[in-house]
Each structure stands twice: as structure tokens, then as C-alpha cells.
Unconditional design. Structure first.
Ligand SMILES: [Mg+2]
Length: 237
């Protein structure tokens, strides 16, 4: 029986076009430039390599440089969320009508998640936030990240649905029996986070639904319909 809906946070609960993640990506680059005395291009390369190799830039920094993760998290998330996001009453209503417990599972930290949820006006829709600190920095797409969340919720994978905008985070969830909904919100659905994007022309608009996704949607506003598709007999309209 379906018990929980696990929501990714960034660029899932608000559109990638908001510009928030590129602003955070800029902070990541600045962090690398300042701490390691790199020029902007080298910092960008390092950021990409870590993301590809380790799941997040932070994980790469921790494994290769033993940095203080909290120092990094505070630095990169030091952006004014309200400049990028607006309260989203429509999303709030949709979430409120989903008759399952909703939680956040994010590779960001809880203070950032709280700021985003508060700004969107949807904080009260989620009962828990599983952040990168909870995952002990073993972030998505690591299978261990999902195992940790399932353990904390005391459920099996097949009792959960995951909503994500990053396609590479789906496979390990599926291995654990979690059903997946992929938000195809534009340029980086498959491999590339928008935190890398200084050049809009380099965006490849990917609208194909990959095999690891049970359902794909183009707007978060379709999330309730997608959940319904996955459990057709469980919810009657
Ligand atoms: Mg995301």
C-alpha cells in the first residue's frame, strides 16, 4: 500500500527557470575559486567532475579535500531565495489534495529546504525533511541514501513514490521498488544540473521519458494525476 510520497526539492517544487540553482551554482564556483585559488574555468571543471563522479560537488570535496561540509553548505546556500521564488498557491492546493504523507528528500541541507518551502508557502504540506546531513552526505543517487530514508520511515520501497527532476537519481530508487515520477522541466533532465549553466545556448531540451521513470510529467502541477496513474485502484476521484 502506498504510504509516502518522497519529493525532491530544488527544481522539482519550483521551475528550473527560476534561476535559483544557477545562483547557488555560482556560489559553488566562488567557493572553489576562493578556497583553492582557481580561476573560474578550473572551478567550473572541478564542480562538474565532482558532480558526475560523486553525486554532488560537496561529496567530491569531502572525499578529496576533507572540507568542513557545514561551512560549504552555509556558503553555497547564502542566496536570497525570495529574489527567485514566489508563493505558489496553486501548488499548495494540489499538494493539499494528495491523500498521502509527503516528505522532502534533498541533496541540499534542511535550512535551505526550509527557506524554499516557506517562500513557496508549502512548508506545512511536508511532514519531514531528509537532507544531505541526514543522509550523512551519501547523497542521491547513492542507493544508501534511499535505504536510509526508507528505514527512517519504516516502510518498503514499494510503499513510496519518488518525484524527481534529475533522471540519474531514479535507477537506485527503482532497484529498491520505489515508483518514480520524473519532472521533465527542461535543460538538464538527464545529466546536467542547471547549476553548471552559464550559457543558456548549451541547454539541450530533453523531453523524452527514460525507462527508469514510471511516469514523466512536464509540470509539477501534474503530480497528483501522475500519482493517480501509478495507483489507479487506490484513489477514486
Ligand atoms: Mg532537483
Amino acid at each position: 500500500m502506498l504510504k509516502y510520497i518522497l519529493f525532491d526539492l530544488d527544481e522539482t517544487l519550483y521551475p528550473a527557470s527560476s534561476g535559483l540553482m544557477p545562483a547557488i551554482g555560482e556560489r559553488m564556483r566562488l567557493y572553489l575559486e576562493q578556497r583553492y585559488h582557481l580561476d573560474s574555468e578550473r572551478a567550473h571543471e572541478l564542480q562538474k567532475r565532482y558532480w558526475l563522479q560523486y553525486g554532488t560537488t560537496l561529496r567530491g570535496l569531502m572525499l578529496e579535500h576533507e572540507i568542513d561540509p557545514q561551512d560549504y553548505l552555509d556558503y553555497v546556500h547564502d542566496v536570497e531565495v525570495s529574489q527567485f521564488l514566489q508563493p505558489d498557491e496553486r501548488l499548495r492546493e494540489i499538494l493539499a489534495n494528495i491523500p498521502f504523507e509527503k516528505v522532502i528528500m534533498t541533496n541540499a541541507d534542511a535550512p535551505h529546504a526550509n527557506r524554499v518551502l516557506a517562500r513557496l508557502g508549502i512548508a506545512d504540506q511536508f511532514t519531514r525533511i531528509f537532507d544531505i546531513v541526514f543522509m550523512e552526505f551519501e547523497c542521491k543517487p547513492a542507493r544508501g541514501a534511499y535505504e536510509r530514508v526508507l528505514r527512517a520511515l519504516n516502510v518498503r520501497g514499494d510503499e513510496c513514490i519518488l518525484i524527481e527532476d534529475t533522471a540519474r537519481n531514479l535507477a537506485s530508487a527503482r532497484e529498491l521498488g520505489i515508483q518514480t515520477i520524473l519532472l521533465l522541466n527542461g535543460h538538464h533532465a538527464f545529466n546536467q544540473p542547471s547549476t553548471w549553466l552559464p550559457d543558456p545556448a548549451s541547454h539541450s531540451h530533453n523531453t523524452e521519458c527514460p525507462p527508469d521513470a514510471n511516469v514523466c510529467i512536464e509540470k509539477i502541477y501534474k503530480v497528483a494525476d501522475a500519482i493517480q496513474q501509478l495507483i489507479p485502484s487506490k484513489i477514486s476521484p
